[in-house]
Design a protein around this ligand. Structure first.
Ligand SMILES: Cc1cc2nc3c(=O)[nH]c(=O)nc-3n(C[C@H](O)[C@H](O)[C@H](O)COP(=O)(O)OP(=O)(O)OC[C@H]3O[C@@H](n4cnc5c(N)ncnc54)[C@H](O)[C@@H]3O)c2cc1C
Length: 282
């Protein structure tokens, strides 16, 4: 194997289930065995060609079928730009509803991931419109964006379901908090709001301070909430959280377009050395 392939394989092993739907379902079965649920995502974003969109819709359909057949405990996570946002917004809406309907029949919940700031308003509008006709859908909100507290209130007031993350994209200082404490405080403010006003939500983070705060808030509010983490990151902590009786979802990405996702995880983590070590040990 050449260096690039070995490097790629190491990424794939750590953060990504594999390239096919079957790989994702197989990995999910292992995760389910550890009393953790899955949140499966087909990798890819910013499609500019309808054939890529069709392929994504077909892949999610196949995934939902196989999740049902194999009794996978979990949900799926899709991106608006995989469904045609930015190419044909009407088609994007139809695709979203199509997947949500199909998922509902299989008892699968559908999360809408959140992408860069230019898609945020459009993604929230897409979600709120679909919420009028589908109930098995939720949306990701990014805690580091200054607008997110207002967005969360709007969504909760319409009985939407939120998955709160910090946010994976670097945006301008004008629209996001860039320092650790600023992000933390804004995340906490939104999380408190969810505990006080939302019926059901997900706290998606690997941050101990946030996890501890959520557990403390739940002693007061007793909400139906779950944690979520990314595959390959802080797996021991995920295990511990599940063993303590909390619901936890592991985000399981799959598909051939693993590079952009892996670069984001590498940038966030301190695990460049770890990945390099696993490559060299092959
Ligand atoms: C289930 C789930 C779904 C997500 N969906 C979206 C989405 O739709 N849109 C979006 O913008 N973002 C999404 N994200 C990513 C999220 O926005 C953050 O980029 C990511 O979770 C890191 O933030 P953190 O809260 O874990 O805090 P951090 O402060 O980044 O991390 C806390 C601690 O976790 C560990 N850690 C975190 N990341 C890594 C890593 N890569 N490698 C090694 N250790 C690490 C470190 O110990 C770190 O100190 C999602 C995250 C999760 C868990």
């Amino acid at each position: 194997m050449d260096f690039v392939s070995r490097f790629g394989a190491a990424f794939v092993r750590r953060w990504i289930a594999g390239v096919s739907v079957d790989d994702a379902v197989r990995e999910s079965a292992l995760i389910n065995r550890a009393e953790e649920q899955v949140m499966i995502n087909y990798l890819g974003e910013h499609f500019h060609d309808m054939s890529q969109v069709e392929n994504a819709v077909n892949t999610y359909s196949e995934l939902i079928d196989k999740m049902e057949k194999n009794k996978v405990h979990g949900c799926i996570a899709i991106k608006a730009t995989q469904l045609g946002m930015g190419i044909d917004d009407q088609r994007c809406y139809k695709n979203y509803i199509f997947i949500a309907k199909r998922a509902q029949k299989a008892g699968v919940f559908v999360w809408l991931d959140m992408e860069e700031h230019m898609y945020v308003s459009k993604t929230i509008s897409l979600y709120l419109k679909a919420l009028r006709e589908r109930k098995n859908i939720g949306i990701c909100i990014q805690g580091k964006l200054k607008r997110s507290y207002a967005d969360a209130r709007r969504i909760v007031r319409m009985h939407g379901r939120i998955r709160l993350v910090k946010g994976a994209y670097d945006e301008s200082r004008r629209i996001m908090y860039t320092d650790r404490e600023g992000v933390f405080e804004n995340y906490l403010m939104i999380m408190r709001y969810l505990f006080e006003h939302s019926e059901e939500f997900i706290i998606a983070t690997h941050d101990d301070r946030i996890i501890d705060s959520a557990l403390r808030l739940n002693l007061i509010h007793r909400k139906k909430f779950a944690f979520a983490m990314l595959k390959g990151i802080r797996g021991k902590l995920a295990e511990k959280i599940a063993k303590q009786g909390n619901t936890i979802f592991i985000y399981v990405p799959f598909g051939p377009q693993w590079l952009a996702y892996s670069i984001r995880r590498l940038r966030e983590g301190s695990n460049i050395a770890l990945v390099l070590r696993s490559v060299l040990q092959q």
